[in-house]
Ligand binder design. Structure first.
Ligand SMILES: OC[C@H]1O[C@H](O[C@H]2O[C@H](CO)[C@@H](O)[C@H](O)[C@H]2O)[C@H](O)[C@@H](O)[C@@H]1O
Ligand SMILES: [Ca+2]
Length: 739
């Protein structure tokens, strides 16, 4: 009987903690399915034991496995067990097993040791939800029957999150653009309601080889209905607006390779997307994810994202908010220099690494001059820079009713429905300067990455933010250091980077000028952004010529950039930190600054009480830079606790942002478009990009003692009050329960 040949220890051939696609085999359409010893096919004539396993529902106590002390594994009929599990335990029928389900929280499974004759009970939300996740993965891999290690169900949650991110989620979020996947990557849930959302790719004029490539794809595969469009050399705000009805992907870097038949071909340079409805290469998300990728030793991916950024600067004039047509005029917070340096550090022994760094720094210099130090973003009066992109009309990618309350009075004034007014306004058939001003700021808010908040609403384009100021200081110091250390203090500007700038071919960049720029920026920061009385940094309004009073978590960014002097750093820790430190980490802005919210003044996602991964990462790194390691670890524990807690209680969820004031279900966010990444059917396959990164980075920051406490889900406030021995006692009892 073939089932008797099933190995006793499924771990012999495949590691018990392998990623789903390895443990169960590849199962997606078009990929090769592999067979491993931890899966098995039922015999044509099932024997007695097997019949029992396949036909009888799992039994309760009385049929307990007498070999119970063995490391356990289970023989599972995937479809039957999944159906039984969902019927009993998913009482709210959302294909997740969470603490909100009211089932018995126990399910008996036939053990491998007894060839399915005896059962062992799986108990509690966490193990049952892990079972659902494993069954969903097995099903997706096309496995009707599996042998499952119990350790995959009782796995320490910190180990499980860390492992899933490293081996599964990055993989799930990786994209590239070429003929094999164009229909998949062109898909855009944000564009579905736009007029002509057929798959479309816009190719820059300077990449004719890509135009030829995609034209050939469109001809060869007419069923795709792929529209291939060349962009004009000069991209104006009018042109970008004209694409609103024809949304499409913006081409990214491709590389030449020789295929198996010896023919030269092109293939897309891969990148990682944020997740949820964000299925494209984003600006600052990419930086945060690159930190996580480097940490997880996925260096090629991080490197490829830098290459894609350089392509964007060269062909679109900026690092794009994201590579969709409606983002053409917009950038996002600049992080290229730090990203390139971190990748370079990992590849410096490789051939071509210095050339990689040279190109990235040249691209960053071009971006610095033409995006951030050029009007309208640059304010010549103050010498400060702002998020202030060009653009016309209403951002088309937001949710349908997002602007209704803003547009309603204008629609009424013009005696139109909101829908008719949107058309008339976008087509310049009506003129509303007040609305133009509103959307100028709205676009700026989106460029800032902080969309939306009461900090930036209605004024962002006028604000020089402490965020941007810190990032540009980092550009200046990084560029200076790289030129000095790696290029003998001389970096010659080549033709492709001089084009479209005031730089001339052959101009030489040296460290001195970048040092002067950094020094000047530091003076301006102290003058405009530091508030001695409040002991922290604030944004500066370049039109009203006054500091903003909104308390923002980006006040810690000068630490990350190395821009604060030690006295200011100390004040940020003693005065500012208590305002932002919440139960689950750093909050985006203080409650006082946000003000009262209600029906007429709804929550904004970048305000109190929400916490975001990039804010945590920037604060941790900044504090560590200045020696505030204990504070960084404490904040880290808080954040990782929120992520782990929601993961354990809510079927493995990892989402875009968290409510850092909620101890129980911090992933529940009632603001704007809700939370991305939470839409799980059985199992999460992607998490959310920058949250994934924050988890991996955070694990390297906390102590091993903290890591053990986290695995036992000890709440932060309790953990901080406990002695090390008390924590160890709890950890050991949790571990002995196998949970
Ligand atoms: O569609 C609404 C907005 O979506 C993006 O913003 C949010 O998601 C991004 C990707 O994770 C992130 O970079 C940003 O900080 C988030 O607020 C997009 O960037 C906006 O332009 C867009 O309007
Ligand atoms: Ca449920």
């Amino acid at each position: 009987m073939s089932y008797l040949l099933v190995p006793k220890k499924p771990t012999e051939a495949v590691d018990q903690y392998s990623a789903g696609h390895v443990y169960y085999g590849e199962g997606h359409i078009g990929t090769r399915r592999r067979t491993y010893s931890n899966t098995f096919d039922p015999p044509a004539e099932p024997g007695q034991q097997q019949r029992r396993l396949l036909k009888q529902p799992p039994r309760r106590r009385g049929s307990h496995d007498p070999y119970g002390s063995f490391p356990k594994g289970f023989l599972i009929d995937v479809a039957r067990t999944k159906a039984a599990l969902l019927a009993a335990e998913d009482t709210d029928a959302n294909y997740q097993i969470t603490i909100e389900d009211g089932g018995p929280k126990v399910l008996a499974l036939g053990t491998i040791n007894s060839y399915g004759a005896y059962n062992h009970e799986i108990r509690g939300t966490y193990m049952l939800s892990n079972l659902l996740q494993e069954l969903t993965l097995a099903e997706a891999s096309g496995r009707p029957y599996i042998l499952l290690d119990e350790s995959r169900l009782s796995e320490n949650p910190v180990h499980r999150v860390n492992r899933l991110i490293r081996d599964t989620f990055w993989r799930g979020l990786t994209r590239f653009i070429d003929d094999t996947v164009i229909e998949e990557v062109a898909r855009d849930p944000k564009a579905e309601r736009m007029k002509d959302p057929r798959p479309r790719i816009y190719v820059p004029l300077g990449a004719p080889e890509q135009y030829e490539y995609y034209k050939r794809v469109a001809e060869r595969r007419p069923e795709l209905n792929l529209d291939v469009v060349v962009l004009p050399e000069k991209i104006t705000a009018e042109y970008t607006k004209s694409l609103n009805d024809k949304p499409g992907l913006l081409a990214l870097a491709m590389e030449e390779y020789t295929d198996h038949s010896g023919k030269k071909n092109l293939r897309g340079c891969p990148y990682v997307v944020p997740g949820g409805r964000f299925n494209e290469l984003y600006g600052w998300d990419s930086y945060m994810m690159a930190l996580g990728l480097v940490r997880d030793k996925k260096i090629d991916l991080a490197k490829s994202m830098v290459i894609n950024f350089c392509f964007c600067i060269q062909h679109y004039g900026k690092i794009l908010n994201a590579n969709r047509s409606y983002y053409l005029s917009r950038s996002q917070p600049p992080f290229l220099t730090d990203m390139a340096i971190r990748v370079y550090e990992q590849i410096k022994h490789e051939e071509g690494s210095l050339e990689f760094l040279r190109i990235a720094i040249l691209a960053a210099i071009k971006e610095y001059y033409t995006v951030w130090m050029a009007e309208p973003r640059y304010d010549p009066k103050s010498g400060l820079c702002r998020y202030r992109p060009e653009g016309l009309g209403i951002p088309p990618e937001t949710e349908p009713s997002h602007f209704d309350s803003v547009l309603k009075p204008f629609a009424e004034k013009n005696q139109m429905t909101i829908e008719d007014f949107i058309f008339a306004y976008n087509e310049s058939l009506v003129h509303e300067p007040e609305l133009d001003e509103y959307f100028l700021h709205d676009r700026a808010v989106r460029e800032s990455g902080h969309d939306t908040s009461y900090r930036l609403d209605g004024r962002c384009a006028n604000l020089a933010t402490i965020d941007l100021q810190s990032l540009l200081y980092k550009y200046e110091t990084d560029i200076s250091n790289v030129i000095k250390i790696h290029f003998k203090d001389k970096l010659v500007i080549p033709k492709e980077f001089a084009r479209g700038t005031s730089m001339k071919i052959g101009d030489v960049e040296s460290s001195a000028i970048w040092d002067r720029r950094a020094k000047r920026r530091k003076q301006l920061t102290d003058k405009y952004f530091w508030n001695e009385k409040e002991g922290m940094y604030f944004d500066y309004d370049t039109i009203r010529m006054e500091q903003s009073t909104y308390e923002t978590a980006t006040t810690f960014w000068p630490l990350w950039a190395g821009l604060a002097d030690p006295r200011k750093a100390a004040s940020l820790i003693s005065v500012a930190l208590p305002k932002f430190e919440c139960y689950g980490g750093i909050v985006s802005g203080t409650e006082k600054s946000r003000g009262v919210v209600g029906i007429d003044r709804p929550n904004r996602q970048w305000d109190y009480p929400f916490g975001w991964a990039p804010h945590q990462i920037m604060a941790w790194e900044g504090m560590r830079k200045y020696g505030y390691v204990e504070e960084a670890q404490r904040l880290c524990y808080r954040w990782l606790y929120s992520l782990t807690k929601a993961f354990v209680d809510y079927n493995g969820v990892l989402v875009e942002k968290y409510d850092v004031t909620r101890p129980i279900d911090p992933h529940k966010v009632d603001a704007e478009y809700g939370n991305q990444g939470g839409d799980i059917r059985g199992v999460a396959t992607e998490g959310f990009g920058w949250v994934n990164a924050s988890y991996q980075i955070g694990l390297d920051i906390i102590s091993s003692h903290m890591r053990r406490a986290l695995g036992a889900c000890i709440p932060p406030d309790a953990f901080l009050r406990m002695t090390e021995t008390e924590v160890e006692g709890i950890v050991q009892s949790v571990e002995s329960l196998g949970l």
